[in-house]
Design a protein around this ligand. Structure first.
Ligand SMILES: *[C@@H]1O[C@H](CO)[C@@H](O)[C@H](O)[C@H]1NC(C)=O
Ligand SMILES: *[C@@H]1O[C@H](CO)[C@@H](O)[C@H](O)[C@H]1NC(C)=O
Length: 673
């Protein structure tokens, strides 16, 4: 009985004395295959899932998550009882699942710290351990092993995928790109921290050797023989007596779900290795990755589709806009005369500069070839901003399309756009007459050709004035409006165009259209264009062709004060030397009678009095020699600048065989269609 009692006492004693021993043992060594019942203190956004998974951060921006073992652990004691008070051994399994593939952050740090209060710590690249003022201070007494998935040049980071040893701050004592040593292959193999795959990290410090080894491997393989980092470091200078061990993680603008799956720690010997199969799974990791890549794929496809639709729509709209025309109901009847802008655009190669034939007072003229018929055309782009009168004008254009004469440039049709009217004409390969007259271009026009051109233009103008069903006043007869066809026949172009301006302007205000030097004096006074003012311009044109000079030359050779052609010809005429006015470039190779005739009719047409001028029919008769030109009175006043008083009391002492001319205005408007 006594023996029994003694042994009971012994058992009780043993039991009682074992209790503190067991506690002490527990505080220095633990192994967590999942953290369900773990004695952890969490801070920040760290949380433990129902299955025991420790989540340090989720993908919220700029967050920290801290998880520390609840009890402090004795390090760095001077008490001789613990021989290796600085040695420790630990290993854990972690996963970083980036928000987006290749864009993960920020990092996890295994930490030994005198405090577990990181309230003041900054997330992001401070890993939830330090802030800008505390970083690097020796008073921190912190050792951290960082798994850093972001490159921060400020801390001398080597890349955005490294493992480093940090003492009191984030500038690593030593670091290495994330690799592991494969025992089988005998070489280092790269790993990606943010691959989303679990990895196993071992950290061992041997106080005797003062060596810190950090070893990494993917889960499922045994601990590699060679550590990733093996650094000599004296922890007695860093660690204090009472320290907390745990983890800190952070997110920045780059984020990851960062997990610890299991953790084994031993202060007094090698830490037990974790059994991977017993660790909690990372929630829907695979699914999540697939889902996120699926989401990314679908959103990429959606974005691509939207882009294609938008681009297509924009192209369609631009195309519509590019070829946009103005078309109104009243234009139905002009259908055959209407050209599509798209066709004109194609014909002129998009109104390319190289197709530009010339630029007149009304707009630019382009050469083109109609895609459907291969017919050569000239397209005149006339800018207009007035809606008012457009209907009438287009009606006239179409009406003028019916004008057909071998000495008129045929108007083929039109096209209307916003702010623009396009007129389509027959293409005249030899261009305008003024180029032949004033540029020393070959072939030079001989007298025979010049006379034929004058006669042709006279015939064209006569057709407009008298031979067509309605009277058409040209308003802008001049050398640059006379175009030459293949056979160098003169053809009058641009008829009626001047009227576009009339329609657009207030009828109260007189708006003189035409070209200085060709403008009859009464036009500048009354502003009303008539057949007589056309005749005046034609007179200037005749003199121009015969003399090879412009109606007004500001700096004529040998005539410093400039030259008014009519004045000069009339002066030659007055001194009975009218042939002096002939173009010297002809070198007297002309029929004298014809030259005299042209110069005199030119003067005659330039009479200051409108009714003293011949009609175009009379001009034709004179040119053809059907009528003999009467002698012009020596005191006749010619030209736009002649004083009209002298000619006012002077009635016409000469009459032609036909009736005296009457000045007519356009009749298209008056008669309607
Ligand atoms: C991240 O965790 C915090 C705290 O648990 C929570 O409030 C937040 O909604 C989580 N964010 C995401 C994106 O899951
Ligand atoms: C930095 O952290 C320390 C504690 O580690 C705290 O005292 C200090 O106020 C913090 N500074 C800033 C700027 O947050």
């Amino acid at each position: 009985m006594a023996t029994f009692l003694r042994s009971l006492h012994f058992l009780i004693l043993l039991y009682v004395s074992n209790i503190p021993l067991a506690f002490a043992q527990d505080e220095n060594q633990f192994i967590y295959d999942g953290f369900k019942q773990a004695k952890l203190q969490l801070d920040g956004i760290a949380a433990i899932h129902g299955n025991g998974l420790l989540q340090l951060t989720n993908i919220s921006y700029r967050q920290r998550g801290n998880a520390f073992y609840q009890f402090p652990i004795k390090f760095n004691t001077t008490s001789s009882s613990l021989a290796s008070s600085l040695s420790f051994s630990t290993n854990f399994v972690f996963v970083m699942v980036p928000q987006m593939q290749n864009f993960g952050g920020h990092g996890i740090a295994f930490t030994i710290s005198p405090t577990r209060d990181f309230t003041y710590a900054t997330p992001s690249h401070y890993l939830g351990l330090f802030n800008s003022s505390s970083n690097g201070l020796t008073t921190n007494h912190i050792l951290a092993i960082e798994l850093d998935a972001a490159e921060n040049p400020e801390f001398g980071d080597i890349d955005k995928n490294h493992v480093g040893i940090d003492v009191n701050g984030l500038k690593s004592v030593e670091s290495a790109p994330t690799t592991y040593f494969s025992n089988e292959e005998g070489k280092n193999i790269s790993l990606e921290l943010t691959s989303g795959n679990p990895m196993h990290l071992w950290i061992d410090y041997d106080e005797a050797e003062k060596l810190l080894n950090v070893t990494l491997a993917p889960t499922g393989i045994p601990k590699p023989n060679r550590p990733l980092l093996s650094t000599s470091i004296d922890l007695s200078q860093i660690l204090l007596e009472s320290m907390y061990v745990g983890f800190s993680a952070s997110t920045g603008t780059l984020t990851s779900d960062q997990y610890i799956l299991g953790w084994s720690f031993n202060k007094s010997g090698p830490a037990q290795s974790l059994e991977i199969s017993r660790l909690p799974p990372v929630p829907q990791q695979r699914e999540r990755k697939e889902k996120s890549s699926l989401v990314i794929m679908t959103s990429l496809i959606a974005v691509a589709l939207v882009l294609i639709i938008v681009a297509g729509g924009a192209a369609y709209i631009l195309r519509r806009k590019k070829y946009e025309e103005l078309r109104e109901d009243w234009e139905e009847e002009h259908g055959p005369h209407r050209f599509s802008y798209k066709n004109l655009h194609k014909a002129t190669k998009g109104f390319k500069h190289t197709e530009l034939l010339g630029e007149g007072g009304f707009g630019k003229v382009y050469r083109g070839i109609l895609p459907s018929s291969n017919v050569q055309i000239a397209v005149k782009r006339v800018s207009h901003n007035s809606k008012q009168g457009m209907k009438e004008f287009v009606a006239e254009i179409v009406t003028m399309g019916r004008l057909r004469h071998r000495n008129l440039v045929q108007l083929l049709g039109y096209c209307r756009r916003r702010g623009e009217l396009l007129l389509v004409y027959d293409y005249m390969p030899n261009g305008s007459l003024d180029k032949f007259l004033y540029r020393n271009e070959n072939p030079k026009l001989n007298w025979f050709q010049r006379f034929r051109i004058i006669r042709g233009v006279a015939a064209g103008l006569l057709y407009l004035h008298e031979e067509w069903e309605q009277v058409v006043v040209h308003r802008d007869v001049k050398a640059s409006n006379v175009l030459l066809d293949v056979e160098l026949n003169g053809r009058l172009g641009d008829f009626g165009l001047a009227r576009l301006y009339d329609h657009g302007t207030n009828p109260e205000t007189t708006h003189v259209v035409g070209t200085v030097g060709y403008l009859a004096p009464e036009l500048t006074r009354a502003g009303r264009a008539t057949t007589c003012s056309d005749v005046f311009a034609f007179g200037a044109f005749m003199l121009e062709v015969a003399c090879g000079r412009r109606p007004i030359e500001l700096q004529a050779q040998g005539l410093p004060e400039g030259l008014i052609l009519v004045d000069w010809v009339s002066e030659c005429w007055r001194r009975d030397a009218i042939l002096d006015a002939s173009d010297p470039r002809l070198e007297s190779n002309f029929v004298v009678e014809e030259m005299e005739l042209v110069l005199k009719i030119g003067l005659f047409c330039s009479h200051a009095m409108p009714t003293a001028r011949p009609s175009m029919r009379q001009v034709m008769q004179l040119l053809d020699g059907d009528v003999v030109l009467p002698e012009l009175p020596r005191d006749s006043a010619f030209g736009a600048f002649a004083s009209s008083e002298s000619s006012d009391f002077m009635s016409f002492p000469f009459t032609l065989a036909s009736a005296p001319s009457m000045c007519s205005t356009d009749s298209i408007l008056k008669s309607g269609r």
